[in-house]
Design a protein around this ligand. Structure first.
Ligand SMILES: [Zn+2]
Ligand SMILES: [Zn+2]
Length: 279
């Protein structure tokens, strides 16, 4: 059974203070956006950042953010999509010009997801690195945060960031490093966004990373429709489920949940710019 045919995860108990979902794919969720956002609000999730992975989904994310005050967009060509983007209409320069145009829009708050994915082999590493560098330039030129996808590529991602001055705010989405990687990110001032996999029973190393990451450099995300957190694994993920992951990270860090919600919201505004008033 495909994930999208799985039953919807039950609604979590609302968080005591508002929080937000730092990385989700609203275009991949089967439900109407308004229903997904209403369910998120009922759980205390008052903003979501929806992510583009190719030209079409980046345009979709920007349009969705323009339409909803509680949605903010990130636009990019995902590292796994770089080979097909390069071979597709417009080629490399045309596609990157369109990403740069979208990145300048006020409702677009980040360039991503971009980065390196050495786990999948749909695009050669050289090509991924070239597109990653181009995305860093776009983010810096637009003055937007950089939203990084890093899968099995920690050292190369950190090296490229060190070589090429990145924008002020860098977010490692679905942070997957250990405590040592978390320390390296913290030293550079990079933000670590934890997804539902931090709640998985076998994720001890990831919880150690969350334990050492400074609270003000942590964000929480769903990466929905992927990575549904405990206790709803096997069910369909949605932004409302960020409540479970936020509680789990607060517990690892010994933080009060309400205070941690406030910290995460403040970090979100620092990274993505001031929220617009929700409807
Ligand atoms: Zn990703
Ligand atoms: Zn994603």
């Amino acid at each position: 059974m495909s994930l999208l045919n799985a039953p919807l995860a039950p609604q979590p108990e609302p968080l005591p203070e508002p929080a937000f979902d730092a990385h989700t794919h609203l275009d991949m969720l089967p439900g109407p956006v308004d229903e997904v956002l209403a369910a998120a609000r009922a759980a205390g999730i008052v903003h979501v950042v929806t992510i583009g992975c190719d030209t079409e989904s980046s345009r979709w994310a920007a349009a969705c953010a323009a339409e909803h005050a509680d949605v903010h967009a990130a636009v990019a060509i995902h590292p796994n999509e770089t080979a097909s983007a390069q071979a597709g209409p417009g080629g490399r320069d045309g596609v990157l010009a369109e990403i740069a145009r979208l990145a300048a829009l006020p409702e677009v708050r980040a360039v991503g997801e971009t980065g390196l994915d050495y786990y999948r082999d749909s695009a050669p590493p050289d090509l991924q690195r070239e597109w990653f560098r181009a995305h860093i330039e776009i983010a810096r030129a637009a003055g937007k945060a950089l939203m990084i996808h890093d899968r099995d590529a920690h050292d190369d991602v950190l090296d490229i960031l060190a070589q090429q001055s990145p924008p002020e705010h860098v977010v490692f989405h679905c942070f997957s490093g250990d405590a040592d990687m978390a320390k390296r990110c913290a030293e550079a001032g990079y933000v670590m966004s934890f997804a539902g996999n931090v709640t998985f029973p076998n994720a001890g190393r990831l919880r150690e990373a969350a334990a050492v990451a400074p609270a003000e450099l942590i964000l929480i995300e769903t990466d929905a429709p992927f990575l549904t957190p405990v206790p709803n694994r096997g069910r369909q993920n949605a932004p409302a489920q960020v409540a479970h992951t936020l509680r789990a990270v607060a517990e690892v860090k010994g933080l009060d949940v309400a205070e941690f919600c406030q910290t995460v919201m403040a970090t979100g505004e620092r990274v993505f710019g001031p929220w617009r008033d929700p409807p």
